[in-house]
Design a protein around this ligand. Sequence first.
Ligand code: MLT
Length: 255
Amino acid sequence: MFYEDQGNGLPVIFLHGFPLDHTMWQHQTAALKGSYRVITPDLPGMGQSDIPQEPMMLDEYANRIIALMDHLNIHKAVLAGFSMGGYVAFSLLSKAPERFTAVILSNTRPESDSQEARINRFRMAASLLENGSVTARDAMLPKLLTGHTLEKDSHRKEMLSKTMLAMKPEGLVLACLSMAYRKDSSELLAGMHMPALVIAGSQDIVTPPEIMEQMAKLIPNAHYAEINGAAHLAPLERPEDYNRILLDFLQKLGS
Ligand code: MLT
């Protein structure tokens, strides 16, 4: 599994979304690595990580993250998950809560897929095999950034598009199937006993702010923050606002 490990201090592990890789966290890595140890893996089958040769449910993605922590001698870390990375975070918190001291859930949702959403994942998987990663790029790009950013910031749009087109379709198919069969994590969240930060984008249509706010209410003592002018990919679209909220949360945890 590909990963980057930068800086020293309290370890923070960032898990990216679909169909993305560790580069979605570039602004958070830059802002944190002076004071924290920042670990940004590419989930199996995505980015520069190899395609797994076994069926992948979210628990298997989580197992690989625990193995990476063991490999890096990280006993405990702060866990940050964005969207699909949030689903992997739920699985990690259910399997090995003792390995995490705090959690940041960004643009994600606790409930499992409806039957309709599941069928759409199968359609996406079929089209990925037929047409390649352009399927995922075309489906996701208009949702990741606001219309305003897509229109005004061609550099960011092109960079994201390139990242998504470079994905291996088979890896994305495994990710689609794992998300289609994910469990509901509401009960897990309601029973959580660690500092939690929930971050939403005001214009996110994939994981709308209403859902994120409800999720934050489920988690005992969670802090909820909404970023104005951000669509789904809030950490990359509004990095300054995002980092301010993130650093404020991390600083309160101490070291
Ligand atoms: C993601 O951003 O990781 C995906 O949109 C999540 C999902 O499709 O449920």
